[in-house]
Ligand binder design. Structure first.
Ligand code: B12
Length: 488
C-alpha cells in the first residue's frame, strides 16, 4: 500500500482538486494499491494514515509539498508518522522539495526527494524498493547514501501531459466537495493543462525546477476532461493553474473553440506580450468561450526593473494591454513584484504611479501587489541578492513563524527592505483594495463594498496612503459580518 498525502494548504472554502497528488495517482492507477489522504478535506489526516498503516503494509508515504502552509502541515504529519511507523520510507515531491532538495533531506523524517515531474520517478523508486533498479539510476531523485550524504541524480527530461493517463478523480470521494462557489461559478473546478514555463524570469520559482521548458496538453484532451467533469459532477467554472496557459494564438483559438460549447466561465494565467500579439478575432473567441478574468504578471512599471527581472516585456505593453483587453470584456488581473533590492523606495514609488495609470485606462483591472521574496535561481536571483540572504537549512526552520511569514510574503523581513517602505507597500495595497474591492470576493456584501469604497476614495484621490487605520478597522468589521460559506 502506498499513501499519497496532500497536507492541508488552504481553508475549506478554497479547497480544490489536489492536482499534484492526482497526477501521481494517475501514474499508479491499476498497477499499485494506493490511498489518497487530503488534508484539505480530511480534518484528521494523521489518524487516517495510522488507520491505513494498521490495516495494510505501507510500502511508502508519498507527500506533495508546496512552500507555505502546506509545508508546515507536512512537517508535523511526517514527524509524527515517522515516530509511529519508523520502517515506512517517506518521499517528498512538489515545489518545496524540488527547490530545496538538500534542506528537505536534512530532515530525519524524509528519506527521498523527487524533483520536478514525478510520475515516472515514483514508479522507478518503487522498482528500486523491489530490487529491480538502482537508486543511482533514477533521474530526478535525491536521496541519502549509506553514509548519510546527499546524492542528487541527473535531471529527468520533461514529458508531455499527453503521455500520462487521465486523472483518477473517482479516487477523491466525494468529488463534489472539490467543486465550490467562486466569482466564476457555483461549482468551480481546477485544471492544469501544461507543465513548466519557457521563460526565465529571475524572481520565479518555476525556472529552477523546469529550466525554461514547457509541455502542453492538446486542446482536445483538455476539453474532453472538462466536459466529463461538467457532465458527471456539474462543474460550471474552471481555474486553469498553468503557469502560461496562452502558449500560442493557434493553440488558444483551438482551445477557445472547443471550450465554447461547454459554457464554462474560466480564469487563467497568460503573458502580456503573447496576448498582445493575438488578433481581435482570437480575443473575441477567447472571451466567447468563457474567459472571464486573466492573470498577467506585469511585475513593474519600470523598463529597467523589468530588464533586471528578465521579464521580457515593457511597461508600455502592459498599458496597451490594459486598454485593449477592456474592449473584449475580459478582466485583467495584473500582479506586481514590488521592492527591487537595489532601490526599494524608488521602485515602490514607481509601481504605485504605474498602477494608478493602469486604473485610469481600465478601472476594472484587478491589482495584486506582492513583496519580492527571492527563491534560488540558476541564472542568479533578481536584485543580485546572492549572499545577502541565507535560507533555512531544515524544513522545521522553514516552518517557524519567521520563515512562514517570509514565504507567504506577509512579513518577509528582508535586509534590503526598510520597514517604512514595507509599510508603504502594505498601506497602498490596503487603499487600492478598499477603493476597488475585488470582484473575486463573493462574500463581500454590497454595503461592505460601498463602505470600503467610501472610506478610501479621498485617500486614493489625494495619494495619502499613510496610517490607513480606518480602512484596517473597516476591513475587519466587514469581514466579521460576511455571510458564512455554507450559506452561499
Ligand atoms: C494552486 C497553487 C496554489 C494554491 C494551492 C491550492 C491547493 N488546492 O492546494 C494556493 C492558491 C493556496 C497557493 C498558495 C501559494 N503558493 Co502556490 N501555486 C499554485 C500553482 C498555481 C499550481 C500548483 C498545482 O496544482 N500544480 C499542478 C501539479 C500537477 O503540478 P505540480 O504541483 O508541479 O506537481 C508535479 C511535480 O511537482 C511533482 N509532484 C508534486 N507533488 C508531488 C508529490 C510526490 C510524492 C511526487 C512523487 C511528485 C510530486 O509531480 C507532479 C506531477 O508531475 C503553482 C504554479 C503552478 N502552475 O504549478 C503555484 C506555486 C506552486 N505557488 C507558489 C507559492 C510561492 C505559493 C505561496 C507560498 C505564496 C504565494 N503568495 O503565492 C502561497 C501560499 C500562501 C497561502 N496562503 O496558501 C510558487 C512556488 C515556488 C516558490 N516561489 O516558492 C508557485 C510555483 C507559483 C510561482 N510561480 O511562484 N498556490
Amino acid at each position: 500500500m502506498i499513501i499519497l498525502l496532500h497536507p492541508k494548504a488552504v481553508k475549506p472554502h478554497n479547497r480544490r482538486f489536489p492536482l499534484a497528488i492526482l497526477s501521481i495517482a494517475a501514474a499508479l492507477e491499476g498497477a499499485e494499491e494506493y490511498q489518497i489522504v487530503d488534508g484539505n478535506l480530511d480534518t484528521t489526516p494523521g489518524a487516517t494514515m495510522d488507520r491505513i498503516a494498521r490495516e495494510h503494509r505501507v510500502e511508502l508515504l508519498a507527500v506533495s509539498v508546496m512552500p507555505g502552509p502546506q509545508m508546515v502541515s507536512a512537517v508535523a504529519l511526517c514527524r509524527e508518522f515517522r515516530q509511529k511507523h519508523p520502517n515506512v520510507p517517506i518521499v517528498w515531491g512538489g515545489y518545496f522539495p524540488s527547490l530545496y532538495a538538500d534542506t528537505t533531506l536534512n530532515a530525519g523524517y524524509v528519506d527521498f526527494v523527487i524533483r520536478g515531474q514525478g510520475e515516472d520517478t515514483i514508479i522507478e523508486l518503487l522498482q528500486a524498493f523491489r530490487d529491480s533498479r538502482q537508486l543511482a539510476s533514477i533521474r530526478g531523485l535525491s536521496f541519502k547514501d549509506a553514509f548519510g550524504l546527499h546524492v542528487h541524480n541527473a535531471e529527468r527530461p520533461l514529458r508531455s501531459p499527453n503521455d500520462f493517463p487521465r486523472l483518477p478523480y473517482h479516487r477523491l470521494a466525494p468529488v463534489e466537495r472539490y467543486l465550490l462557489p467562486t466569482f466564476l461559478g457555483r461549482r468551480t473546478g481546477v485544471h492544469h493543462a501544461s507543465i513548466g514555463c519557457p521563460f526565465r524570469c529571475q524572481f520565479c520559482g518555476v525556472v529552477p525546477i523546469f529550466d525554461g521548458r514547457q509541455k502542453t496538453e492538446v486542446p482536445e484532451r483538455t476539453a474532453e476532461v472538462l466536459g466529463m467533469l461538467q457532465r458527471k459532477f456539474g462543474m460550471d467554472a474552471v481555474q486553469f493553474y498553468d503557469n502560461n496557459f496562452f502558449l500560442s494564438e493557434s493553440h488558444a483559438s483551438k482551445q477557445a473553440e472547443l471550450l465554447s460549447p461547454l459554457n464554462l466561465r474560466w480564469w487563467a494565467e497568460g503573458r502580456i506580450d503573447t496576448f498582445l500579439r493575438y488578433s481581435d478575432e482570437a480575443l473575441r473567441d477567447i472571451r466567447r468561450s468563457g474567459a472571464t478574468m486573466i492573470f498577467f504578471g506585469a511585475e513593474s512599471g519600470s523598463n529597467e526593473v523589468l530588464a533586471q527581472m528578465n521579464k521580457r516585456i515593457t511597461a508600455e505593453q502592459t498599458l496597451e494591454l490594459a486598454a485593449r483587453i477592456r474592449k473584449f470584456g475580459i478582466i485583467p488581473e495584473f500582479s506586481f513584484v514590488v521592492g527591487n533590492p537595489n532601490a526599494p523606495a524608488e521602485d515602490t514609488r514607481q509601481t504605485i504611479d504605474f498602477v494608478r495609470r493602469i486604473k485610469r485606462l481600465n478601472p476594472d483591472a484587478e491589482i495584486i501587489v506582492q513583496h519580492y521574496i527571492p527563491t534560488p535561481h540558476p541564472d542568479g536571483m533578481y536584485g543580485g541578492v546572492e549572499g545577502k540572504i541565507e535560507f533555512p537549512r531544515t524544513p522545521d526552520e522553514w516552518a517557524t513563524e519567521r520563515w512562514f511569514n517570509f514565504t507567504i510574503r506577509h512579513d518577509p523581513r528582508l535586509p534590503w527592505l526598510p520597514r517604512q517602505v514595507k509599510r508603504r507597500i502594505d498601506n497602498f495595497e490596503l487603499v487600492i483594495n478598499s477603493r476597488w474591492p475585488t470582484v473575486q470576493d463573493i462574500r463581500l456584501p454590497r454595503w461592505g463594498r460601498m463602505l470600503l469604497q467610501f472610506l478610501s476614495s479621498w485617500r486614493y484621490a489625494t495619494g495619502i496612503y499613510d496610517f490607513p487605520l480606518e480602512l484596517a478597522w473597516a476591513e475587519k468589521f466587514v469581514a466579521l459580518r460576511k455571510p458564512r460559506w455554507e450559506s452561499l
